[in-house]
Design a protein around this ligand. Structure first.
Ligand SMILES: NC(=O)c1ccc[n+]([C@@H]2O[C@H](COP(=O)([O-])OP(=O)(O)OC[C@H]3O[C@@H](n4cnc5c(N)ncnc54)[C@H](OP(=O)(O)O)[C@@H]3O)[C@@H](O)[C@H]2O)c1
Length: 213
């Protein structure tokens, strides 16, 4: 995908990997719309548009995506990056925490793809990247809500690839590794390095079956 001139929607562009990805995409000449709850950090990045939305409410995600379409006319690249990690043993996770985990990590990405991918397929061009956590999604002690919701995101990726992959839409899952962010403060890697790899995959625009890292 020629990123220059493309319209990219990056969720979770207010910090960490998403902020760096949005910054790099803008530097490539893409029109970048950022979506998160906090707008000030996205404004500081100089993105083309910033959209306040709470992804723990998929209806709000769809409303904000509608704003993006109204503003830019289309979305060529969807980066489902926003994520929330709520730790605790299965016995200690409240229904509210579980609900938030699934809404942010799986249901809003699902609904955003459902809204945006059909037009990509019609144009015969587009890329969807879902930011996953395969080291955890198979199940991890003390991280049940995060793990299960990220497993759902991997499943969505496979389904989307089957539905849209043959229509010129590249769909892939991206494993950033272990990256130093609010979500993983002990991570050894700089978020800019992970974002560079992600943007490289977006540029290549290939929907390989494997999770890209
Ligand atoms: N860091 C790692 O080692 C690692 C490893 C594997 C996967 N990942 C994945 O990488 C992605 C990016 O995370 P990060 O490490 O860069 O962490 P981060 O700095 O905490 O970024 C998380 C982003 O998600 C947004 N977000 C969270 N809840 C939201 C909500 N309810 N509505 C809208 N936006 C919301 C946050 O924005 P607001 O707070 O402004 O809403 C923020 O921009 C996540 O999907 C994470 O699961 C990270």
């Amino acid at each position: 995908m020629d990123l220059s001139g493309s319209v990219c929607l990056v969720t979770g562009a207010s910090s960490g990997i998403g902020a760096q990805t949005a910054r790099l995409l803008a530097a490539e000449g893409a029109t970048v719309a950022g979506l998160a709850r906090r707008t000030a950090p996205m404004e500081a990045l100089g993105l083309h548009s910033v959209h306040a939305a709470d992804l723990s409410d998929p209806a709000d995600a769809l409303r904000a995506a509608g704003e993006v379409l109204e503003r830019h006319g289309r979305v060529d690249v969807l980066v489902n990056n926003a994520g929330v990690r709520i730790d605790g043993p299965v016995s200690g996770v409240s229904l509210e925490d579980l609900d938030q985990s699934f809404q942010v990590n799986a249901l809003s990405p699902f609904m955003l793809a459902g809204l945006l991918v059909p037009a990509m397929a019609e144009r015969g061009s587009g890329v969807v990247a879902n930011v996953v956590a395969p080291k955890v999604s198979g199940g991890r002690r003390g991280m049940g809500a995060y793990a299960a919701s990220k497993a759902a995101l991997e499943s969505l990726t496979q389904t989307l690839r089957q539905e849209a992959g043959g229509k010129g839409v590249a769909v892939f899952a991206f494993d950033p590794g272990w990256v130093r962010t609010y979500l993983a403060p002990d991570g050894p890697e700089d978020p800019a390095a992970a974002a560079e790899r992600l943007v490289g995959h977006l540029r290549a625009g290939k929907g390989a079956r494997e999770i890209l890292s």
